[in-house]
Design a protein around this ligand. Structure first.
Ligand code: ZN
Length: 148
């Protein structure tokens, strides 16, 4: 679990409640799994993890809760090679994601120079950029074959 997770969990639950969701144990379990996840998780993986907290959880609740969390901007979808997708806690506007194709590890990285590039692009093209979403997929340090 991330060090800031308990406060973050409360914040996510408040946002969910404010959006009109009833905070059932099943929903809480889904939120608890997502808030502390450092990997991209598919709905089935969330289901299996959250069921340890809430055995009565159904897959439909997982899908609905993930949709709501995404609509609130708390999680973001990660596209996988097979055409399916999974979810990670949303990163800041000035970060982008490095996602491992082997283990699903998702690391937010500061955009740095990319930010000024995008600002220049907006100026040059006259295009008003409202959202930016960049994901780089590859193989993380741990999953790379070690040199012999
Ligand atoms: Zn990996």
């Amino acid at each position: 679990m991330r060090p800031d997770s308990p406060a973050r969990l409360d914040n996510w639950l408040e946002r969910l409640q404010a959006s009109g969701c009833r905070l059932t144990n099943a929903r809480r379990a889904v939120v608890a799994v997502m808030v502390s996840s450092q990997r991209a998780l598919g709905a089935h993986a969330v289901f299996h993890l959250a069921r340890q907290q809430s055995p009565a959880l159904g897959l439909v609740t997982v899908y609905r809760t993930l949709d709501t969390l995404q609509a609130l901007g708390l999680v973001q979808r990660v596209h996988q090679r097979q055409g399916c997708h999974s979810y990670v806690p949303a990163c800041d506007a000035h970060q982008y994601l490095l996602v491992c194709q082997m283990c699903g590890q998702a690391d937010p990285v500061e955009a740095g120079a990319l930010d000024s590039f995008i600002a220049r692009l907006a100026r040059r093209s006259g295009f008003q950029i409202r959202e930016q979403w960049l994901q780089l997929s590859g193989i993380c340090h741990h999953c790379q074959p070690q040199p012999a």
